[in-house]
Each structure stands twice: as structure tokens, then as C-alpha cells.
Design a protein. Sequence first.
Length: 154
Amino acid sequence: MVKFRLNGQEVSVDVPDEMPLLWVLRDTLGFTGTKYGCGMALCGACTVHLEGAAIRSCVVPVSAVAGRSITSIEGLGNLDRLHPVQQAWIEEQVPQCGYCQPGMIMAVAAFLEQNPQPDDAAINSSITNICRCGTYPRIRRAIHRAAELRRQST
């Protein structure tokens, strides 16, 4: 039995310790916003936050999060109060197919916590998630917009 906090709620799962967190979230707990992309921590579709840091959940065994706090895309914001990154994604019309967007949003949210006023070079070196549709110009604009929205809310 592995216990951890997911989106602010205590959860416990009876799964093998080595089961990737991604499959625990999706298949065991039903949080399907986190996506499977490559299974090798390369694409970032599976990005969630572990204690506020962006991680690729496809390669993290559930045993590694025991007693810790995970935030998935479902816990980042809600319809009543969107996270600034979610709001910026809407304003800048970022998604095309949308598949990579939950992981991209989670990576950007963690990035902006560490770098609240990023320049393009910092974005390029830090946001390594892959968007097969190639919406990178819109993603960059949305990151700058999210940074602006965060500054306005403080």
C-alpha cells in the first residue's frame, strides 16, 4: 500500500511499488488528464508536480512518492479560478490537437515558480516538452502572458 497526497487529498493505492506514477494516476485513480506519450521521460506529456517540481511521471515509481504531495493537471486550477498558465493558454489559443497541453501547462507552471520573469533563452532551455503540432510560438507567447498574469495577481 502506497499513500500520498494527490491534489490536496490523501490517497492510498494497492499497486506494485515499481508501477509508474503515470499508470497509478490514470488507471488506478482515474485522473486521465496526465497523458502517456513516450514512456521514457522524453516528451513531457506525463508531467506532474512532485512537491511543486515538474517531473515526468512515466518513469517515477509510485514508491518514490510515498508520503509526498503530487499535483496533476486536475489539481492545478478549476473552472472558477484558472491557474494563470491555463488562462494564458486560453488567451493565446495555444492548443492545436491538445494532447501535450496538460504536461506542457504543468511544466510551465513549475518553471514560472522558479523563474517568474523568463526571457526566451530561459524558456528555450527549460521547457523541453514536445508539441508535435509545433505550436511553439503560441506556447512562448502564453508563457510570457502567464508571467504577466502572475505579476498582476500579486
